[in-house]
Design a protein around this ligand. Structure first.
Ligand code: MN
Length: 397
């Protein structure tokens, strides 16, 4: 007999590290007041865990974790610490005012890191990891352990250290692809293996870097394999090529809820403004063709696409831009746009044009758009419409 099993959609926790991994990359430094402004937006966005800094690394990082903890008591605030007493104690102190503090402690586990960087044996690293988790648990209930360079760590050792830190009190075990080396099926298999080993004893987390452009792909395949926390950043900022992009992983789960039985708690209508705020604070924004938040992400310029889009949006649009909070005026029209699209935009802007007026507008529009690499924004289109009204009045006089 065929039995239909109704699967419940499971929650995937979004761990934002814009203010820690993101902030420590070139061109992304933020002052404490800037981190607070960004933190407010991340709280509005509904991120589950907000990693605010690496307190032992600098006075600024310590102050940032402390300030975010005081300002946003409702937020789950995380502070990073290596697996050593000084780091863990400093992290605990920075979180003293947090109501939901998390200490996130890490140590490298791959053979290459043990041999060349730490010059320690697997046993030593395991002991230090367990000791750090036990110490952290004396200060907070919520401890996350990260096996740095986990993706290049032997699965047997990963099993051993994961079980040991969970027994010591860690609630979340993160297996990062620190160097962005993994490919999706391989990473998914590794995460599936760890998820099976840990079962319900801890949440498996992922933290992927984009060195091969696979951070989001690796993160989503990990969710399929059982990961229930994704570490990510706004605009995908972070060390080197960056981290998994928060807006992309969130919108994959939302847009393809038919495929993934998982959801996040993110209020997606704040995604675009979060991206814009970050761009205004750091030295660069997302590239124009960046998924979800790039300037062109919702621009339909080719005439054929615009025609189909105007008849029925879903012909060429998988996400309604309003879902991610893109203001209408951000949609550009370019030289490949037809009369149809132009007329629709004029209507949206409140102008009902006659055929003759539309023809006039179209020629003025093409004359400008032809010399542009970028399309025209609403303001410019409006001034072209007004220019037509003036021309008519002059002709009538
Ligand atoms: Mn990282």
């Amino acid at each position: 007999m065929l039995v239909l099993v109704k699967t419940m959609s499971e929650r995937v926790y979004i761990f934002d590290t814009t203010l820690r991994d993101g902030e420590q990359s070139p061109g992304c430094s933020m002052t404490v007041p800037e981190k607070l402004r960004m933190a407010r937006k991340l709280v509005d966005l509904g991120v589950d865990i907000l990693e605010a800094g690496f307190p032992i690394a600098s006075e600024g990082d310590f102050e940032a974790v402390d300030a975010v903890s005081r300002e946003f008591p409702e937020a789950q605030v995380a502070a990073l610490a290596r697996c050593c007493t000084l780091d863990v104690e400093r992290a605990a102190k920075s979180l003293a005012h947090a109501q939901r503090p998390r200490i996130h402690t890490f140590i490298a586990t791959s053979e290459i890191h043990l041999k060349y960087k730490l010059k320690k044996t697997e046993e030593q690293v395991l002991e230090e990891a367990v000791a750090a988790v036990e110490l952290a648990r004396r200060y907070v209930d919520d401890v996350e352990f990260s096996a740095e360079d986990g993706a290049r760590t032997a699965p047997e050792y990963l099993d051993r250290i994961s079980k040991a830190v969970v027994a010591a009190g860690a609630r979340t075990v993160n297996i990062p692809d620190t160097v962005g080396y993994s490919v999706p099926h391989e990473y998914g298999a590794l995460i599936g293996h760890v998820a099976k080993t840990l079962g319900d004893s801890a949440i498996v987390s992922v933290h992927c870097h984009d060195d091969l452009g696979l951070a989001v792909a690796n993160s989503i395949v990990a969710v399929e394999a059982g990961a229930r926390q994704v570490e990510c950043t706004i605009n995908g900022i972070g060390e080197r090529a960056g981290n998994c992009s928060l807006e992309e992983i969130v919108m994959i789960l939302k847009t393809r809820s038919d495929y993934y039985p998982c959801h996040t708690g993110i209020h997606t209508e704040h995604l675009f403004s979060a991206s814009e705020l970050l761009s205004s604070i750091i030295t660069f924004g997302p590239q124009p063709n960046k998924a979800i938040v790039g300037l062109n992400a919702f621009a339909h310029e080719a005439g054929i696409h615009q025609d189909g889009y105007l008849k029925e949006k879903t012909t060429y649009e998988i996400i309604d831009p309003r879902t991610v909070g893109v203001p209408e005026g951000r949609l550009v029209l370019g030289k490949h746009s037809g009369r149809h699209a132009l007329n629709q935009r004029a209507k949206d802007l409140g102008y009902d044009l006659s055929k003759q007026e539309l023809d006039g507008l179209y020629y003025r529009f093409i004359a400008v758009a032809d010399h542009r690499k970028k399309g025209l924004m609403d303001k410019e289109i409006e001034s072209l419409i007004r220019a037509g009204e003036v021309a008519e009045r002059v002709a009538a006089d």
